[in-house]
Design a protein around this ligand. Structure first.
Ligand SMILES: Nc1ncnc2c1ncn2[C@@H]1O[C@H](COP(=O)(O)OP(=O)(O)OP(=O)(O)O)[C@@H](O)[C@H]1O
Length: 238
C-alpha cells in the first residue's frame, strides 16, 4: 500500500453522515476510494451498505459532511450493478440490448446506439467470455450468465470505477467464482471496484481494503489490518 500516496482519489467521503431525511444511518464517515482499488463492503443486514452505495453514486445526498466524486471520473462514468430483482431477471430483451442500455446515460435524445457503442458492447461481452450469448433472450439465461451480462452493461458506463451491490447473491459457488474471476481481471487492468458482499471468504481473498459497517461505527483498512481488528473477531465468530 506504499504507493497509495501516488494514486488519485476517485470518491472521497469527509465526515459524511449518510441516510434519509436527516436520519443518518452512518455517521462521521471518512474514506477515500483510490484509483484501481478493490474495496469490499461488509456488515450485517440493515447496517447501511446499500445506503453507502447510493451515496457513493450520488443518488442520495449526505445528510451532513461531504461525498465528492472526482471530476476526472466524469458524470455518469461510474459503472453500477444494482441488487437484482425478479423483474430484471425476466426482462424480455436480447443480451445485446441489455448491455447496450449501459450507454443510455450518454445518449440524451439520440434514438439509436452508434457504431462505436455497439463495438464496445461487443468487446465487453467478449472480454467476459459471453460473446456467444449476444443474440440470446436475457430472461432465458442462467443466474450466473445474467450477472455477467449485467457486469458487461455496467462496463459500458464504467470508466474508472465499478460499484456492485451483492453481485453473487443467488449464484451457485461455480458461477459466483466465475464472476469473482471476471472482476479480478478488470481489477488487474486498473478498474477500481467497490462491492457489497456477504461472501467473507472471497472478500478477504480479493479486496485491497475492507469497509466493515456496524451499529457501533465502521472499520476501513487493509485485509491484514482488518483480520487483526476487534470488529473482525466478533463478526467472523458469529
Ligand atoms: N428509503 C429509505 N428511507 C428510510 N430509511 C431507509 C430507506 N432505505 C433504507 N432505510 C433504512 O436504512 C437502514 C440501512 O439500510 P440499508 O438498505 O442501507 O442496509 P444494508 O446494509 O444494505 O442491508 P442488507 O444487507 O439487508 O441489504 C435500515 O435501517 C433501513 O431500514
Amino acid at each position: 500500500m506504499d504507493n497509495d500516496i501516488e494514486k488519485k482519489w476517485l470518491i472521497s467521503c469527509r465526515d459524511a453522515g449518510l441516510g434519509y431525511e436527516n436520519k443518518a444511518v452512518l455517521e462521521h464517515l471518512n474514506i477515500e476510494i483510490l484509483e484501481g482499488q478493490y474495496i469490499c463492503v461488509i456488515g450485517e443486514n440493515g447496517s447501511g451498505k446499500s445506503t453507502l452505495i447510493k451515496s457513493l453514486l450520488g443518488l442520495l445526498k449526505p445528510v451532513s459532511g461531504t461525498v465528492q466524486i472526482n471530476r476526472q471520473v466524469g458524470k455518469g462514468a461510474v459503472g453500477y450493478l444494482p441488487q437484482q430483482t425478479q423483474i430484471q431477471r425476466n426482462f424480455p430483451v436480447s443480451v445485446m440490448e441489455v448491455v447496450l442500455s449501459g450507454f443510455l446515460n450518454d445518449m440524451r435524445f439520440r434514438p439509436f446506439y452508434n457504431k462505436k457503442e455497439k463495438q464496445e458492447a461487443k468487446r465487453h461481452l467478449e472480454h467476459l467470455g459471453i460473446a456467444d450469448l449476444a443474440a440470446e433472450c436475457y430472461g432465458e439465461l442462467s443466474g450466473g450468465q445474467q450477472q455477467r451480462v449485467l457486469l458487461a452493461r455496467a462496463l459500458c458506463a464504467a470508466d474508472k470505477i465499478l460499484v456492485l451491490d451483492e453481485p453473487v447473491t443467488g449464484l451457485d459457488p461455480v458461477a459466483a467464482n466465475t464472476l469473482y474471476e471476471s472482476m479480478e481481471l478488470l481489477h488487474q487492468e486498473g478498474m477500481a471496484i467497490v462491492m457489497v458482499t456477504h461472501d467473507m471468504g472471497n472478500a478477504l481473498k480479493y479486496a485491497d481494503k475492507i469497509l466493515h459497517i456496524s451499529d457501533e461505527g465502521y472499520f476501513f483498512g487493509t485485509v491484514e489490518e482488518y483480520k487483526k481488528s476487534e470488529l473482525a473477531q466478533i463478526f467472523l465468530l458469529k
